[in-house]
Design a protein around this ligand. Structure first.
Ligand SMILES: Cc1cc2nc3c(=O)[nH]c(=O)nc-3n(C[C@H](O)[C@H](O)[C@H](O)COP(=O)(O)OP(=O)(O)OC[C@H]3O[C@@H](n4cnc5c(N)ncnc54)[C@H](O)[C@@H]3O)c2cc1C
Length: 379
């Protein structure tokens, strides 16, 4: 059986990896550019299971477990230093308490911190404006470039063919089957097709008459000069400020600052948004006054591939029996990589997802109106 995977980001590569692990041999991954060139090499590398839907919590828990397992085997760089969700308003703590109760149903050990505990965890925080926090100790962050490179080499070792600079322009269908993909390098026939091309999945799948509601929304993280250790948790999130400004620190010391800001969907990846700096810095400086002293060196841009309910779209694309999608991660696709691979492989090889709750995340939900809500999208 020949499988064509469209998109060599973290999702496409994990699907290829899992299919190869399960014994499939003829697997080709094509990418319009170089592997990882989409959102994958533009993300912050943070992970957590402290979400607000059962679907996300269950799948992220599994995915983190798999990242850690893979991390041991491939010597990946992954740290679990926790997410600190900072509340400025006392009433936010009531919502956090409900969330903690919800997380505990799934054995995710989040907890509420009072102001003294927040100070002990992150001494640089201006706790005069903090009411408390929610802490997720199992959350963390990873090195994107190191881990993606090691994983890419591992996928190649399994015999998967990864073909860069090959853009799929059209899928060709006959009856209930997709038979081929037209690409910039010619036509590729296959028995199964997986579209893991982030926001571009929409255009690709539209060529066989199916609408996929994904919109590419720009994000702009800013990077500072490297400093000595200044941020203790993996990520600090200012939850009560619109756009949830957040900050993390890389292993070599740079701080990365970001916030969800209004922008035009699919705005050019070369557009300039230096105007965003004060919007991102102001609230974060209130929380972490030392940020007044930092020097910003550069910034990059990338897209969150957003779906209407902020959950990914997984599984079969009806009415076709051999077309699958893994896209629309709404800002969480790096952490979901391992579970994405296993889920799509189980759909292709076993006809159903190996974790039943993932069945709620097919494209069909947009037709039936059974959307799944997620309230905790950061950035
Ligand atoms: C600023 C920012 C911060 C983020 N932070 C985090 C985070 O901390 N944690 C987390 O889990 N996630 C985070 N994300 C989200 C994460 O990066 C994405 O969800 C994830 O990378 C999606 O991976 P993907 O493989 O599905 O898509 P992509 O990485 O976008 O890969 C899709 C690939 O498809 C290729 N392609 C597109 N069209 C075609 C075509 N027609 N033919 C062939 N190939 C095609 C592209 O070239 C691309 O390489 C962040 C995203 C951004 C932008």
């Amino acid at each position: 059986m020949k499988t064509l995977i469209i998109g060599a980001g973290i999702s496409g590569l994990f699907v290829a990896y899992e299919l190869a692990q399960r014994g499939l041999r003829d697997i080709v991954v094509v990418d319009a550019s170089y592997p990882g060139s989409g959102a994958t090499l533009r993300n912050l590398g943070c992970f957590r299971s402290s979400f607000t839907s059962p679907e996300h919590v269950v799948l992220m828990k599994e995915s983190i477990r798999e990242w850690l397992r893979l991390g041991d085997r491939l010597d990946l760089e992954i740290e679990q230093k926790g997410y600190l969700w900072v509340a400025r308003k006392p009433e936010t703590l009531d919502n956090f308490r409900k969330l903690v109760e919800f997380h505990h149903q799934f054995n995710v050990p989040t907890r509420i911190l009072d102001v003294d505990e927040v100070k002990a965890l992150e001494p640089r925080l201006n706790t005069k404006i903090v009411a408390g926090a929610m802490f997720d100790p199992t959350a963390g962050k990873m090195s994107i470039i190191k881990n993606f490179t090691k994983f890419y080499l591992e996928v190649k070792k399994l015999g998967v063919r990864i073909v860069p600079y090959t853009r799929v322009t059209k899928l060709v269908a006959r009856g209930s089957r997709v038979t081929a993909a037209e690409t910039s390098s010619g036509t590729v026939e296959a028995d199964a097709f997986v579209v893991a091309a982030a926001g571009d999945s929409r255009d690709i799948i539209a060529t066989v008459g199916v609408d996929v509601p994904i919109v590419d929304v720009p994000r702009h993280p800013y990077v500072t000069e490297p400093y000595a250790k200044a941020i203790e948790p993996a990520l600090i999130i200012d939850w009560d400020t619109p756009g949830s400004p957040h900050v993390t620190q890389t292993k070599h010391g740079s701080l990365i600052l970001a916030r969800d800001l209004e922008d035009t969907p699919r705005a050019s990846l070369y557009s300039q948004r230096v105007d965003a700096i004060p919007h991102i810095l102001k609230p974060l400086r209130e929380l972490l006054p030392f940020l007044s002293e930092v020097n910003i060196l550069r910034y990059w841009m990338g897209y969150y591939d957003m779906t209407p309910d902020h959950h990914p779209i997984y599984g079969p694309v009806q009415p076709y029996e051999n077309l699958y999608i893994a896209a629309g991660f709404s800002g969480h696709g790096m952490m979901m990589g391992p579970v994405t691979g296993k889920l799509v492989a189980s759909w292709i090889l076993d006809g159903k997802p190996y974790i039943p709750i993932a069945g709620n995340l097919t494209l069909e939900r947009f037709k039936t109106g059974r959307l799944v809500k997620e309230l905790a999208v950061i950035g």
